[in-house]
Ligand binder design. Structure first.
Ligand SMILES: C[S@@+](CC[C@H](N)C(=O)[O-])C[C@H]1O[C@@H](n2cnc3c(N)ncnc32)[C@H](O)[C@@H]1O
Length: 234
């Protein structure tokens, strides 16, 4: 619990919360409090799904998406999986700029709908698809590039699956969070734009948090799946 809270604060980085609102499944929220207390059950189907999420929705700024694709050296022959794909922006940008085939995996139906609309607007529906699925239950063995923007403990939980299912040589980029003992080959820092966002995360319950419109540095981590996985990392 403390770790998850810590991760949320990492996710918002140096940003301090200015306002905390109620997402529906939260009955009590303390303003500006790190020790936010919650109780209560989700009331609607939508709230239930939000409360199942392993990471909040917080879209990657467009300029950071570009750096992710550059770092992964994405090209036309790639099949890119974004695990927790939000509004589809990483998958769509890769398809638009590099002609990549892409798959977005996303549990939240609202985000899936947005992603499909965005793919339509971008004219890339022939190259991308969005699966409303739990990323832990998705077969990712066809990926040549995997992108992540989750949470530290979710990356760690995902690591064995990445080693089990991905081919050697598959490139992985994680926005903001590392993979514990699996040291990245490269780390890149990118200054994001000013951006105020609403996002949701799961704790014992769910919150909507409004972030102030402040600029911050984003960290990107890059790995290549090795042929031989050290036993210590499995
Ligand atoms: C921080 S957002 C990143 C969105 C997008 N990848 C981007 O970079 O803009 C994380 C996303 O993961 C989704 N998510 C969280 N847990 C998930 C799970 N178990 N399976 C699929 N999607 C999940 C959330 O709904 C959210 O849209």
């Amino acid at each position: 619990m403390i770790q998850l809270r810590h991760a949320i604060w990492l996710l918002v980085a140096s940003v301090s919360l200015i306002e905390v609102g109620i997402a529906g499944c939260t009955q009590k929220v303390e303003k500006n409090a790190k020790a936010t207390k919650t109780s209560g059950q989700p009331q609607t189907e939508e709230q239930k799904i939000k409360c199942q999420l392993d990471a909040p929705y917080l879209p990657t700024p467009e300029n950071v998406v570009e750096e992710i694709l550059k770092l992964a050296n994405v090209n036309k022959g790639d099949i890119l999986y974004d695990l927790g794909s939000g509004d589809g922006r990483v998958v769509i940008a890769a398809a638009q700029k590099f002609g990549t085939q892409g798959v977005g995996v996303e549990l939240d139906p609202q985000r899936i709908q947005e992603a499909n609309e965005n793919a339509q607007k971008a004219g890339v529906t022939n190259r991308v698809r969005f699966l409303q699925q739990n990323l832990f239950q998705t077969d990712i063995s066809k990926a040549t590039v995997v992108t992540l923007y989750l949470l530290p403990e979710v990356n760690l939980k995902l690591r064995p699956k990445l080693f089990r299912q991905l081919k050697p040589g598959t490139r992985i980029v994680s926005h903001e969070f590392d993979m514990g003992g699996w040291k990245p080959q490269r780390v890149v820092k990118v200054l994001g734009p000013k951006q105020g966002e609403n996002f949701l995360y799961r704790d014992e319950s769910c919150y909507t948090i409004l972030l102030p419109d402040e600029q911050r540095e984003h960290t990107l981590y890059f790995w290549v799946v090795p042929k031989n996985i050290p036993n210590s990392l499995r």
